[in-house]
Design a protein around this ligand. Structure first.
Ligand code: COA
Length: 333
């Protein structure tokens, strides 16, 4: 069967066996998805060219604010904290006295820290969680008191921009949810790849009680996970649902044997970090982009990406290690 080049990055060529596919609408859609893939791929080829220096397995690096320099210690009055442990980044909402309500400074730091995580090739997974009794009780309502509709829209837009960075981050991000995850707090968690929820977590979209509408994807991301009918009830009655309920509906993972959501999310992150980097990144794009594409286009993309991943050094190593009955040593290329 003839093979036609479909597109290429520096190191990779995507192929199809049927040139007539170039002309179909499905193919245009596929082209769009592939561009997203290429975006996810680029940091990897970059990574494989770099030599990693000074990152020992359990090294911890802590930062208390994106613009502050390395502190080496955990002293912070910033409303979001960041630290690294081995190849996992922890982003911590840190306004416990306000149940981690989200204000413009919180959005700014969330944005800075996800960028820091995404840009650092030595980091593989991020865990987002909240200090104190809750994940986040939504947008800071006090911030709404003196702003007009234009400022409100700007605030919504900056929140949405942050969420997009989390959902489109090339590496997996896990939200560890305990206590309240309401309004914008729930929406932020929904932008992550996983929610790990404590059984008694309280989630919901209570905006209608304030005379408002969810503005960060609540009306869009939640129904895609739990269906329109359940979402309509939650949205229109401001009814809360528990972590247990979220697990039952398939929108969250439970704690397993772990004592809290952070421990369970960390264990999940550690398991993901053991796997080959490239297939994880590709799986994230397939899961996110494929859900909005036609099944046909998404299946084509899955096959093309599967063939491309098959050519990587890590795939060779994984297969060889299985046959030789040993643990694989993945190098991220
Ligand atoms: N914005 C700003 N402040 C908030 C907040 C929010 N979304 N959620 C909680 N807080 C603050 C409270 O004002 C309180 O501050 P104070 O001690 O200075 O008065 C503090 O966090 C603790 O909250 P409190 O209401 O006393 O705790 P509770 O256990 O009685 O109730 C909630 C918890 C989450 C049920 C309640 O705080 C609540 O309904 N919050 C708003 C949730 C919401 O509507 N989110 C969507 C916003 S669009």
């Amino acid at each position: 069967m003839g093979v036609t080049a479909l597109g290429s990055t520096k190191s990779t060529t995507f192929v199809t066996s049927d040139p007539s596919r170039f002309r179909s609408p499905k193919f245009a859609e596929l082209g769009l998805l592939i561009r997203r893939f290429v975006g996810a791929m680029l940091p990897i080829s970059h990574a494989s060219m770099r030599i990693r220096v000074g990152v020992c397995a359990r090294e911890e690096r802590r930062f208390s604010g994106a613009r502050q320099s390395w502190t080496g210690g955990r002293v912070s009055t910033e409303p979001v904290e960041y630290h690294e442990q081995g190849d996992i980044a922890f982003i911590t909402l840190n306004r416990p006295e306000k149940l981690n309500a989200l204000n413009p400074r919180v959005f700014e730091l969330l944005d800075d820290f996800i960028t820091r995580f995404a840009d650092d090739d030595s980091l593989k997974v991020a865990v987002l969680h909240g200090n104190g009794t809750s994940f986040a009780a939504g947008a800071d309502i006090e911030h709404y008191v003196d702003i007009d509709a234009v400022q409100y829209l700007d605030f919504m837009r900056s929140g949405n921009g942050v969420q997009l960075k989390y959902s489109q981050c090339p590496k997996p991000v896990i939200a560890a949810v305990h206590g309240y995850a309401l309004g914008g707090g729930l929406e932020l968690a929904l932008a992550c790849d996983f929610i790990v929820a404590a059984p008694d977590a309280q989630m919901g979209l209570p905006e209608v009680r304030l005379g408002l509408l969810p503005g960060g994807g609540g009306t869009q991301r939640l129904p895609r996970l739990i269906g329109t009918t359940r979402t309509a009830e939650i949205l229109m009655t401001a009814k809360r649902f528990s972590g247990d309920q979220a697990v039952e509906w398939g929108m969250a993972l439970g704690l397993g044997d772990h004592e809290d959501a952070l421990a369970a999310a960390t264990a999940l992150a550690e398991r993901i970090a053991l796997q080959a980097v490239l297939p994880i990144r590709m799986a994230k794009v397939l899961l996110r982009s494929g859900a909005d594409a036609s099944l046909d286009a998404a299946m084509d993309l899955e096959q093309s990406m599967g063939a491309m991943i098959f050519t990587t050094a890590d795939a060779r190593e994984g297969i060889r290690a299985f046959v030789e009955k040993r643990r694989p040593e993945f190098k991220g290329n």
